[in-house]
Design a binder for this molecule. Structure first.
Ligand SMILES: Nc1ncnc2c1ncn2[C@@H]1O[C@H](COP(=O)(O)OP(=O)(O)OP(=O)(O)O)[C@@H](O)[C@H]1O
Ligand SMILES: [Mg+2]
Length: 402
């Protein structure tokens, strides 16, 4: 069982690469599903073929061949199926605030619902062992980070807030309803959340197990895209997900020899070198810009061939977490995987929200999470192939002494 996320900035080639990977896996004999996590679905357009629908409701899938399915979740249908009472309550609440019915219906889909619906399907497929590989074609970076952070956030909500809210509501409802026309959530609302949570049980362990789930970051050799890839790399590590490849897409091939593209080619080479430097531990694949857009199976096979040749895409290509973040008392620790490094002079410097680590001729850039970007390094030491950097937390983030 494998889950592979293809993530990256908008327009870098995630959907094309996810679709091409699906075809390659199916050819290798894996029962594969490619699920689009982007509300602006384009997955079926990429395959550009007559649709054979299977399943019903929000669970409609399109069968591409004997071993390959694709799924674009219909958020409205999924919400009616899974969020019935939660959705109706929020809608009633918005209505009572004077919002037109139709607007309330739209607004009642709040951020996170779509991601939760996708997680429900993924968990169901994992439990029922429906597929050998689940490929996730992610929405642009910000939303896919929210997707991977949801299991932890939900766990926190259910354990800390949910029980309290539910019990509190039982006590205050009779009083509030006497004085206010604002509807309060009924117990079916809480029951619904509880059921959803039960259906999601275990998904966090699945996403955090590097033998099952890995992320492949798709990027282009351009300054802003590489910068966002660095940030995404750091945040996926922060959430504990394993990144097992970085794919640099749309590289001008040597056959492009018009003088018009000379500067472009130099620029691309600069950022390819930067990417090789930043993501040096993780396998990096390069994909050329093709002579046309990638639509239909022929184009997708061409892309798959360029990407994988003899590689089995289902393999875990790298299972070490290059960065680990932890909070120890009033200190924040970042540990960096640096194999083959012996004790030498370590030079650390900060440039904006980047930490630059120099060890001999080796230079590594690490994007820091916002919470510690403006904090000074207190110490750095090497242990077990890792460089451990400690930051003293600023006053406001310290735990109160008891
Ligand atoms: N290597 C390539 N050569 C030529 N065209 C490409 C290449 N990679 C992607 N494209 C084209 O670029 C466009 C965007 O690709 P795609 O839809 O896969 O990106 P995306 O990252 O999924 O975008 P979004 O963030 O909007 O979902 C498509 O028209 C696709 O055919
Ligand atoms: Mg896409």
């Amino acid at each position: 069982m494998r889950i592979i996320l293809y993530a990256g900035k908008g327009g870098v080639g995630k959907t094309s690469i996810a679709a091409a990977t699906g075809l390659k896996l199916a050819d290798l004999g894996y029962r594969t599903i490619v699920i689009s996590l982007d509300a602006a679905h384009s997955l079926s357009d990429v395959f550009d073929k007559e649709k054979r629908l299977t399943g019903s409701g929000a669970e409609k899938q399109v069968q591409i061949n004997d071993k390959l399915w694709i799924q674009e979740i219909d958020i409205h249908e999924a919400i009616i199926e899974h969020w019935g009472s939660v959705h109706s309550y929020i809608q009633a609440l918005l209505n009572s605030s004077g919002l037109e019915n139709i607007v309330a219906e739209e607004v009642a889909i709040f951020p996170g619902m779509e991601e939760i619906c996708s997680l429900l399907y993924i968990n169901q497929y994992v439990r029922e062992e429906t597929y050998d590989v689940i490929i996730l074609d992610c929405a642009p970076t910000g939303e896919s980070l929210r997707f991977v952070s949801i299991p932890t956030a939900l766990e926190w909500y259910i354990n800390r807030i949910f029980k309290l809210e539910r019990n509190l509501m039982k006590v205050v409802r009779p009083i509030v309803e006497r004085f206010s026309s604002v509807p309060l959530p009924g117990d079916d609302y809480f029951q619904n959340i509880k059921e959803l949570f039960d259906q999601l049980e275990g998904i966090d362990q699945i996403l955090l197990d590097p033998k099952i789930t890995t992320v492949r970051l798709v990027t282009n050799p351009e300054k802003i895209v590489i910068k966002e890839t660095q940030r995404a790399f750091m945040y996926f590590c922060l959430y504990g997900l394993c990144i097992d490849a970085v794919i640099i897409n749309r590289i001008f091939p040597d056959t492009v020899d018009s003088a018009f593209f000379d500067t472009w080619k130099q620029t691309q080479q600069t950022y390819i070198n930067d990417a090789l430097n930043y993501f040096s531990d993780v396998p990096i694949w390069k994909v050329p810009l093709f002579d046309d857009e990638i639509v239909g199976e022929k184009g997708l096979y061409r892309l798959a061939e360029s990407l994988y040749a003899d590689i089995d895409p289902a393999e875990v290509l790298f299972d070490e977490n290059p960065y680990q973040f932890s909070k120890v008392g009033n200190q924040y620790q970042v540990s960096m995987y640096l194999p083959f490094i012996t004790k030498q002079d370590i030079d650390l410097s900060k440039h904006g929200d980047e930490l630059i680590v120099r060890i001999g001729g080796f230079k590594q850039h690490l994007m820091l999470p916002r919470s510690i970007a403006h904090t000074n390094v207190t110490s750095a030491k090497l242990a077990d192939n890792r460089l451990i950097i400690t930051f003293d937390l600023p006053e406001g983030m310290r735990q109160a002494e008891v």
